[in-house]
Design a protein around this ligand. Structure first.
Ligand code: MLT
Length: 283
């Protein structure tokens, strides 16, 4: 397989996942892949990395070529500097697909911030999209108050470190059942969040504060779309995501039981089944 700008793969893990470092536009990203078949690109939330998709990299790689990058600055990826806007991430993802020699229309799945990036990918690289999967995300931009709060939080994180921010955020990520029954999973996510550099957290907060409001454009996003939302998601609640689906011409909505904001991690069986059925459907 031609890998364009990609450097040779540097590691193949025992779980059948291959990791490569890809240099695009001055940044060096860590990209994890598993499986063969139609491409399913999975983009993580904030301030996380590819590992939140562990169950999808595992099970869905039986049918798909699952590609899960760490966005610039997150996980094991390095950033090129500058602002972490959703536009910049979307363009970088298109460049990474070039580097990976992916030229067919892909299925793009994004969770939360990954969903904000997915909207930008729709706006800027629509020709590369075959299907869209939006998990636990929003179409609306931040209100002025919320955006101001993010900018203040960015300053605070840069001055004091991200521990307080992470501890406040982690309390909102999971369903009560997940916290009770899977403390190991919660702890893994906490460690990823705490391991994200303060500069990356701040840049992400600033980038999300400036994101485009997609609400008025939803009627024009006509590609087949699956919208998944954890029943107990308090960050992007089911009613809000149901309305996103209703405003799109070709979207279906499913509420994920036993899950909060991290639905693919909290109820992977339900999410993987929904994604598999959706991607198997002829358009
Ligand atoms: C995420 O999970 O990516 C964040 O909750 C997104 C946000 O803060 O809006």
């Amino acid at each position: 397989m031609s890998r364009g700008n990609a450097e040779p793969r540097v590691d193949t893990s025992s779980a059948g996942q291959a990791m490569s470092r890809i240099e695009v536009a001055g940044a060096s990203w860590n990209v994890v892949e598993a499986g063969n078949g139609p491409v399913l690109l999975l983009v993580h939330g904030f301030p996380l990395d590819h590992s939140m998709w562990e169950h999808q990299l595992g099970a869905l790689s039986a049918r798909f070529r699952v590609i899960a990058p760490d966005l610039g600055g997150f996980g094991a990826s390095l950033d090129a500097g500058g602002e972490s806007t959703m536009e910049r991430f979307a363009d970088a993802l298109a460049a990474h697909l070039d580097a990976l020699a992916v030229d067919e229309p892909i299925a793009f799945g994004g969770l939360s911030m990954g969903g904000y990036v997915a909207w930008e990918f729709c706006r800027r690289h629509a020709e590369r999209l075959g299907k869209l999967i939006l998990c636990d995300t929003r179409a609306a931009a931040d209100s002025d108050d919320v955006a101001r709060g993010r900018l203040d939080a960015a300053e605070h994180v840069l001055a004091e470190g991200s521990t307080g921010f992470v501890e406040a955020m982690i309390g909102k990520l999971f369903a009560e059942q997940t916290v009770r029954q899977r403390p190991d999973a919660v702890d893994r996510i906490r460690r990823v969040m705490l391991g994200t550099a303060a500069e990356t957290v701040a840049a992400g907060l600033r980038g999300m504060a400036r994101r485009t409001d997609m609400t008025a454009a939803l009627g024009q996003v006509a590609i087949p779309t699956l919208i998944l939302c954890g029943r107990e998601d308090v960050i992007s609640p089911p009613d809000e995501m149901r309305s996103i689906a209703a405003a799109m011409p070709n979207a279906r909505f499913a509420e994920v039981p036993g899950a909060g904001h991290m639905a693919p991690l909290e109820n992977p069986r339900f999410v993987n089944q929904a994604i598999t059925e959706f991607l198997a459907r002829p358009d």
